[in-house]
Design a protein around this ligand. Structure first.
Ligand code: 3UK
Length: 564
């Protein structure tokens, strides 16, 4: 067993102390790349373990996230229960998933040469096999690096360089771009393909391996995941998470807000490479012994059809996806659906109202981030109110700061600062000092706290529009526009203006059957003036076919600002 060193700073903990290792590996057989590139102790977030469950977690010495998510269930006689379902409709039980994960862990260690601490790039659309790959890497003590399926060779190359990745497991249908990246980045030594149909290399290799595997006795602070941020500009950042971080997240938002059970069937769109998806569609369902449906291309129509086909009861997707699905929801039998989670972007009140009207379900909104792993402010379906995100999730604390880091009075807009059992640890990145200040995580969001304690989203701090001396939050104008029946989607930004500094400009996608002409522009401007304070109305309106979005569904406002 690895020695317990709870509370010691990660930097000292990873110094080559004489430690007795499982499998009788010499110390040199551990790859210290990640611990060597942790932020300095004074740039780390303060971790707090506020609830009884978190206190118990903080006392654990060895902690492998896969053992907790899978092996613990076999020990409790839960092995015959459904665990993962794929686009092909095949259902894998907990026992079957655990066996496959063990076999794949053996492939990683004995065939691919994985040493604990090595980074393993994972590439594929959501599928049971990709989920097993994450679990196998965790179990063998590797560090999983999920990548978005749409990434090209050049972008994969940046990740391979930054995380010095030597091993990869890749969906055979997405092999081309990775192989191109490998040609330019020889640090990537071995790529094994999966989901390739008959004779698929990873599956064939796994079949030759033993069905049991002793989990690497990860210390709680061993890094298990590098999550590359879905950053819209510049160099990507890698947010590192420990085995304990992932389990801590399972003990916060899921039991206190989601409140799902082993009988639930989870479904959703976020990729497993995005921590919204890794938590919502893998860690959280498995932590409670539930089942997850992992579908490859979860466009709104597919998501609805698959939810109906599998009797999904818990859904995770982004606000725009709920808006797109609302019109078609009535054509599907969604009767088992009882909890729908929205995250990734602010949820407009109009979208909440639309989903409620078409399904009878009140959305559970939650703000999370790659840096904190998952949701830290949220409200369950009984407390949720239009326009507000919710209250701090038990286990997390939230504060609103002014530019000098003093708390602002209730009702005043401030910068959101968060503390909890998880926190930002960028891999070797000076931007650590921006995200973590005085032990708090600054998410880059401007919020206001209302008298009822609910946190109300304003904008990204760098997206605030300052026009004629007024502070205007683009998302508030977007929410107002979305209440107009002709508006399908919209994005609102500030653009430079000689007279007012900036003016509010709206980019609007209309529903079919509406013309984007001057009369419509005036109609929408008047509509906003009547809905919110008139000075916030968009002085410029531009109609377009689509809006620029990231693969995680976020509006790319910087692209709108650049648009002329
Ligand atoms: C914004 C929201 C208002 C906000 C994420 C749930 O989105 C996730 O992670 P990212 O690192 O982005 C974080 C930023 O996205 N945001 C997310 N959710 C909301 N703004 N209301 C919301 N409900 O600016 C935040 O700072 O891509 C979300 C779980 C895990 C995640 N990684």
């Amino acid at each position: 067993m690895a020695p317990a060193l709870i509370g010691a700073a990660a930097r000292t903990r990873f110094a080559p102390l004489p430690r007795v290792l499982p499998c009788e590996l010499p110390m040199s057989a551990i790859d210290t790349f990640a611990p060597d590139r942790m932020p300095h102790a004074d740039a780390l977030p303060q971790l707090v373990f506020d609830t009884p469950a978190l206190q118990a977690l903080a006392k654990r010495s060895a902690l492998n996230v896969t053992s907790e998510l899978l092996d613990a269930w076999l020990a409790r006689g839960h092995g015959h229960r459904p665990c993962l379902i794929g686009s092909d409709g095949r259902c894998w039980t907990y026992a079957e998933v655990a066996e496959q994960v063990n076999r794949m862990a053996h492939v990683l260690v004995s065939q691919m040469g994985l040493v604990p601490g090595n980074r393993v790039l994972l590439r594929g659309a959501n599928s049971p096999r990709l989920a097993m790959a994450f679990l196998a890497v965790f179990k063998a003590g590797g560090i999983a690096v999920g990548t978005m399926p749409l990434l090209r060779a050049r972008e994969l190359g940046v990740i391979i360089d930054k995380a010095q990745i030597s091993l990869a497991l890749c969906d055979a249908r997405l092999a081309d771009e990775l192989q191109q990246a490998q040609a330019d980045h020889p640090v990537l030594q071995r790529v094994m393909l999966f989901n390739g149909g008959e004779g698929s290399p990873l599956e064939a290799a796994a079949a030759q391996q033993p069905a049991a595997f002793d989990a690497w006795h990860s210390a709680p602070e061993d890094i298990g995941l590098m999550a590359f941020t879905s950053g819209t500009t510049g160099q990507p950042k890698a947010a590192m998470h420990t085995h304990r971080d992932m389990l801590a997240a399972c003990l916060c938002w899921p039991p206190h807000v989601l409140k799902a059970s082993a009988d639930d069937v989870f479904i959703g769109s976020p990729p497993l490479a995005f921590t919204f998806g890794l938590g919502g569609l893998l860690c959280f369902p498995l932590h409670i012994g539930a089942c997850a449906v992992l579908i490859e291309k979860a466009s709104p129509d597919v998501l609805l059809a698959e939810a109906a086909r599998h009797g999904a009861s818990v859904m995770f997707t982004a606000p725009t996806s709920y808006r797109a699905m609302a019109g078609q929801a009535a054509q599907h039998d969604l009767s088992p659906l009882r909890k729908c989670v929205s995250a990734g972007e602010a949820l407009p009140a109009a979208t909440r109202a639309l989903w409620l009207a078409s399904t009878g379900l009140n959305l559970i909104d939650g703000i999370g981030s790659t840096e904190l792993f998952h949701i830290f402010i949220s409200a369950d379906e009984t407390l949720a109110r239009g326009g507000a995100t919710g209250v701090p999730v038990p286990g997390y604390r939230a504060a609103l700061w002014d530019d000098e880091g003093r708390e602002v009075p209730r009702g005043t807009v401030g910068r959101l600062a968060i503390q909890g059992p998880t926190g930002c640890k960028y891999l070797d990145d000076p931007r650590q000092a921006q995200y973590v200040q005085r032990g708090w995580n600054l998410t880059g969001d401007a919020y206001r706290q209302d008298d009822d304690g609910q946190f109300v989203y304003q904008a990204r701090t760098d997206d605030m529009i300052i026009s004629g001396g007024y502070n205007i939050a683009g998302p508030e104008v977007e929410s107002a526009l979305l209440m107009h029946p002709a508006v399908a989607e919209c994005g609102v930004v500030g653009v430079a203006d000689d007279e007012r500094g900036q003016i509010v400009k709206a980019f609007v996608v209309l529903k079919p059957g509406h013309a984007g002409d001057e009369a419509m522009a005036r109609t929408l401007q008047d509509f906003v003036k009547q809905t919110i304070a008139p000075y916030k109305y968009p002085r410029a309106v531009s109609f377009c076919e689509t809006l620029p979005r990231t693969e995680t569904g976020k509006l790319q406002r910087f692209k709108l600002r650049e648009a002329r």
